[in-house]
Design a protein around this ligand. Structure first.
Ligand SMILES: Nc1ncnc2c1ncn2[C@@H]1O[C@H](COP(=O)(O)OP(=O)(O)O)[C@@H](O)[C@H]1O
Ligand code: SF4
Ligand SMILES: [Mg+2]
Length: 347
C-alpha cells in the first residue's frame, strides 16, 4: 500500500473562509535576573488557508518569540497572555501534552538553521520516518514509503539514496529541504518559516522559496514567512505585517504596502533593501540607531528616537495600529505622505 499525500489539506477545514490562525493581543514577557523583557506587546495576526503572510522586522522585533508562542516552544521564563486560536481552538493555557496533540497535525515550522535542527548522528531517513510515525498511524514500511515520497516532493535529488545519508553529507539547501519534508510530515494546514532561507546563498534561497510557494499552493496551506528582508516579502507574500519592538506597526496587502508605505519605520526598512540581490554573506542592511530596550520602554512611540518625522506628540503618546485606509493599517501620528494622492500634504 502506498501512503497517499493528501492533495488538499484545506479539505479538512470546515469553513474554507475561516482563518487558520488568529492571534489576538498576544503579549509575551520574559522573567530575567533584572527587569522583565516585554518581547511581544499586543500582537494581532490572522492567517487564512492558501495565504502567505510575511512578518517583517529587524532583529529583536519579536518575530521569533511570536512564532514560538504559537508553537508552544517558549522557555519556562516566558509568560504568555492574549489569544492564539488554531481554527476555533484556543491554544493559550493548554497543557503541553494537549498542545502537542493539537499542533502536531496542524502546524509545521522551519527554522533558520537546518544544521542545528537535524540530529547529526541520525540518517535523514530515520529522522523523517520518526517524525511521520509521531503523527500518523503508519507501520515502519509505510512510514518509509511516505518519507521517500516526501523527500521527492521537496525535490531532494535522488531521494531514495539520500534517505540513507547523514545531515553532514548534504548541502545547506538540501538540509533545508529535509527540514521542510519533516515539517510537512503531518500534512499541516499552516507552515511557519522563520528566516528559513537566511543562511542560504541567493540562488538556493530562491529555489527554497519557490518550493515553499509551490507546496503552499498545492496543499492550500497558510504560510507565514518570517524575515528581516522586505525584498523577500515583496516577492512572495500576499500580505505584509511589519513588526517593531514587539508590536505590529504597519500591515497591508503586499502591493499596497510597497506602493504606499506610510510608516517611517517601514519606509526605512524598504530603503535599506538593496535593489540588486544581496551577495551571499554580505552584511545585512541596517537602519541607523538601535532598537529600544524592551525592559524599559518610554510611553510614546517606540520608534521615536530613530524617526526622521518625530514630533513632540510621538514622545508623549503611543500610536495605536488602526485601519486608516481600506485594508491598510499603520501606527503612526505623522505618516509619510502618499505621493500617489495629488496634493496630499507632507506633515
Ligand atoms: N528567553 C529569553 N529571555 C529574555 N529575552 C528574550 C528571550 N528570548 C527572546 N528574548 C528577547 O525578545 C526580543 C525579541 O526576540 P526575537 O523574537 O527573537 O526577535 P526577532 O526574531 O524579531 O529577531 C529580543 O529583545 C530578545 O532579546
Ligand atoms: S508616531 Fe512619530 S515617532 Fe513614531 S513613527 Fe510616527 S512620526 Fe515617527
Ligand atoms: Mg528571529
Amino acid at each position: 500500500m502506498t501512503t497517499q499525500i493528501q492533495p488538499d489539506a484545506a479539505a479538512r477545514t470546515g469553513d474554507p473562509d475561516a482563518p487558520l490562525l488568529t492571534i489576538e493581543n498576544l503579549e509575551v514577557t520574559f522573567r530575567t535576573r533584572d527587569a522583565p523583557v516585554h518581547a511581544v506587546r499586543g500582537v494581532d495576526l490572522t492567517v487564512y488557508a492558501g495565504q502567505t503572510l510575511a512578518v517583517i522586522g529587524e532583529s529583536g522585533s519579536g518575530k521569533t518569540v511570536t512564532s514560538r508562542a504559537v508553537m508552544g516552544l517558549l522557555p519556562r521564563t516566558a509568560s504568555v497572555r492574549g489569544s492564539i486560536r488554531l481554527g476555533d481552538r484556543q491554544m493559550v493555557g493548554l497543557g503541553e501534552k494537549e498542545l502537542r496533540k493539537c499542533l502536531g497535525r496542524e502546524v509545521g515550522m522551519i527554522f533558520q538553521d537546518p544544521a542545528r535542527s537535524l540530529n547529526p548522528t541520525m540518517r535523514i531517513g530515520s529522522q523523517l520516518t520518526e517524525a511521520i510515525r509521531v503523527h500518523l498511524p503508519l507501520d515502519r514500511r509505510q512510514a518509509r514509503e511516505r518519507a521517500v515520497e516526501l523527500l521527492a516532493m521537496v525535490r531532494l535529488p535522488a531521494p531514495a539514496r539520500r534517505f540513507h545519508e547523514y545531515p553532514h553529507q548534504l548541502s545547506g539547501g538540501m538540509r533545508q529541504r529535509v527540514m521542510i519534508a519533516i515539517a510537512l510530515a503531518c500534512q499541516p494546514r499552516l507552515l511557519i518559516a522563520d528566516e528559513a532561507t537566511t543562511a542560504l546563498d541567493v540562488t538556493t534561497q530562491a529555489q527554497i522559496m519557490d518550493l515553499l510557494l509551490d507546496l503552499q499552493q498545492r496543499f492550500a496551506m497558510g504560510l507565514v514567512l518570517i524575515s528581516h528582508d522586505m525584498g523577500l516579502a515583496a516577492s512572495y507574500a500576499d500580505q505584509v505585517a511589519v513588526m517593531y519592538a514587539g508590536r505590529v506597526v504597519e500591515r497591508a496587502p503586499t502591493r499596497e504596502m510597497i506602493a504606499h508605505v506610510r510608516m517611517p519605520y517601514t519606509r526605512a526598512l524598504l530603503d535599506a533593501t538593496p535593489r540588486l540581490e544581496r551577495p551571499p554573506h554580505a552584511p545585512l542592511p541596517v537602519i541607523s540607531g538601535r532598537p529600544p530596550d524592551l525592559r524599559a520602554l518610554d510611553p510614546g512611540c517606540a520608534f521615536a528616537p530613530r524617526c526622521s518625522r518625530v514630533r513632540e506628540r510621538c514622545r508623549q503618546e503611543r500610536p495605536e495600529l488602526a485601519e486608516h485606509q481600506p485594508r491598510h493599517e499603520w501606527a503612526c501620528f505623522f505618516p509619510c505622505a502618499d505621493d500617489t494622492i495629488p496634493g496630499e500634504d507632507e506633515r
